[in-house]
Design a protein around this ligand. Sequence first.
Ligand code: COI
Length: 354
Amino acid sequence: MKIDVLPLEQMKKKIEDESQLAFGKQFTDRMFVMEYDTGKGWHSARIQPYGPFSLDPAAMVLHYSQEIFEGLKAFRRQDGSVALFRPADNVRRFNKSAARMCMPEVDEAFFLDALRELIRLDQDWVPNSEGTSLYIRPTMIANEPMLGVRPADQYLCYIILSPVGAYYKGGIAPVKIWISDHYVRAAEGGTGEAKTGGNYAASLYASKEASEKGYDQVLWLDAKEKRYVEEVGSMNMLFLYDDKIVTSPLKGTVLDGITRRSVLTLVKEMGLEIEERALSVDEVLDGVESGRLKEAFGAGTAVVISPVAQFTYKDRTVVLNGGQTGELTQKLYDTLTGIQYGKLDDPYGWVEQL
Ligand code: COI
């Protein structure tokens, strides 16, 4: 399929002071769009000026949430070039989410080319300063106007780009986490592993409650026993426990995070043992108090690595590492961002020059 590049009549004004970049509030000049019809497949691929879509009020995504998305980043390197981090992994996961949500898959090689072409055209939007990047958001929605409950026959797939600063206002500042003993995010057999908007919508009520109580994020427990830690909505959780890295196994309820995968590779290289196993909330709380659990951090594309300052569960609060970023957490942040920004070698082939 050919990608038409439509003319751009007006360029937007960029934020000049990059320290003012928030997360996902500003978008570049262009976007990639393609359409799907059952029987015809994907068609009408184009790069067009960024702007609103016209959607029928009966569009199925607005009623039954057939939607998926991805999140990946492009980085400005010291020599001025632009690099992508593991983009093929994101496109593969996009198709996995599509299959789970009964949506059509995309041709991975074509979609990667489209993504590269869009970024090439809008590459002036990749910010330069430390900690900033261009966040890439591939998305697919069911746009068939129809109120019956079944997989749609029409879809819109698009990619938008947003120059971003740190996801949390405090940058790599340690976060306060509330462990919910009531709300759950995903149950086995559900859609927890898919990157679909509904998972995020379902997390908002507890996040709001957590925020009102002064916490930054919610850590979800498993839906069955409400006993084992799973993930925080925007990141996977990893723990330095008994000098091993412990993280929740991938059994359909947590996202198969690409940053999680990268961190596991890095810690293995550092000689640490990895345990992908169920970790109970008691082990976390008692572990912090006994000193067996030394560090905890989240890992995700948007947040990169996010150190945990404290966990609160019911009326018990435990503080990690005096509320400061732990040594391993900092080292992983430095290594991962070092590879992404081209300050460190990339022996894993994660980085792809544009
Ligand atoms: C990401 O880390 O890219 C995410 O998709 C998390 C979030 C911003 C929803």
